[in-house]
Design a protein around this ligand. Structure first.
Ligand SMILES: *Cc1c(COP(=O)(O)O)cnc(C)c1O
Length: 252
């Protein structure tokens, strides 16, 4: 896929509009309303000067995979109207930083991290919207709970007042095989539906955070409520995916 780099506010407006148009068409194909799908632009690796252009073009909530990078951008862009979503795996020793400035966390994959977040959030007098990450591809390189661990995790999260469960999150398999990708999204939806059937109180609005530049249209057809899109808005990333997902083979 070709992802030209946006270097002006106008270019960002165009890229955002193009992605939104594709979101609308995918929703239409699935008989859904596009208003059920939130676009979360992902600004990882993008320098602050270019992020300012994207904000001016209307991106007021941004996803970042790494806490240190997000923290730096949050500080450098404190004068801007923008909120931050952490979308990558978190180590417990970084929970403190996420609790201090993030508004959402899309990659909750262990009870220990939830405990660490809860402790810090309580101190800060804040709360955090979270999505429980599930490994739907069975790939060892992927973070996330095994599908079978989802019910127990949701049950355990009931005890944390500061952690608001919004739904489930996944990364599909890295593959050109669209049906294999679709199967991952279908699994996440089934897990959400089963959780709702068991106890709707445990999964909040039951949203599905799934889909990125290469597969967000498929994700929407399968029920995505949040799509996390980076390269289709900001341009191709210089770093390979392996930097963000330890053993992912380059999939640019
Ligand atoms: C980088 C990233 C995305 C967006 O990927 P693009 O290819 O830039 O659209 C989505 N989700 C997560 C967890 C990411 O780290």
């Amino acid at each position: 896929m070709e992802f030209p780099t946006a270097n002006t506010v106008e270019a960002f407006r165009e890229n955002l509009a193009a992605v939104r148009a594709k979101i609308e068409r995918a929703a239409e194909r699935a008989g859904r309303n596009a208003s059920e799908v939130r676009l979360l632009p992902v600004s990882k690796t993008v320098p602050e000067e270019r992020i300012r252009l994207a904000i001016a073009a209307g991106a007021h909530q941004l996803g970042e995979n790494k806490v240190q990078e997000a923290k730096r951008k949050h500080a450098n862009l404190i004068d801007e109207d923008v909120k931050w979503s952490i979308i990558g795996h978190l180590q417990t020793n970084k929970a403190k930083e996420v609790a201090a400035f993030a508004s959402e966390f899309h990659a909750l994959d262990s009870l220990r991290v939830a405990e660490a977040l809860d402790r810090r959030l309580e101190m800060e007098g804040r709360s955090l919207d979270v999505y429980v990450q599930v490994n739907t591809s069975g790939e060892e390189s992927k973070y996330g709970l095994e599908p079978g661990a989802v019910p127990g995790m949701l049950e355990a999260l009931r005890g944390f007042e500061t952690v608001n469960v919004k739904g489930l999150m996944t990364l599909a398999i890295f593959s050109d095989d669209k049906e294999a990708v679709r199967t991952c999204f279908q699994l996440l939806r089934r897990l959400r539906d089963e959780a709702r059937d068991r106890d709707p109180a445990l999964i909040g609005p039951g949203e599905l955070s799934m889909g990125m530049s290469s597969d967000y249209e498929i994700a929407i057809e399968e029920g995505a409520n949040v799509v996390r899109v980076g390269q289709a808005i900001f341009g191709a990333r210089p770093t390979t995916d392996a930097y963000y997902w330890p053993s992912a083979t380059a999939k640019q």
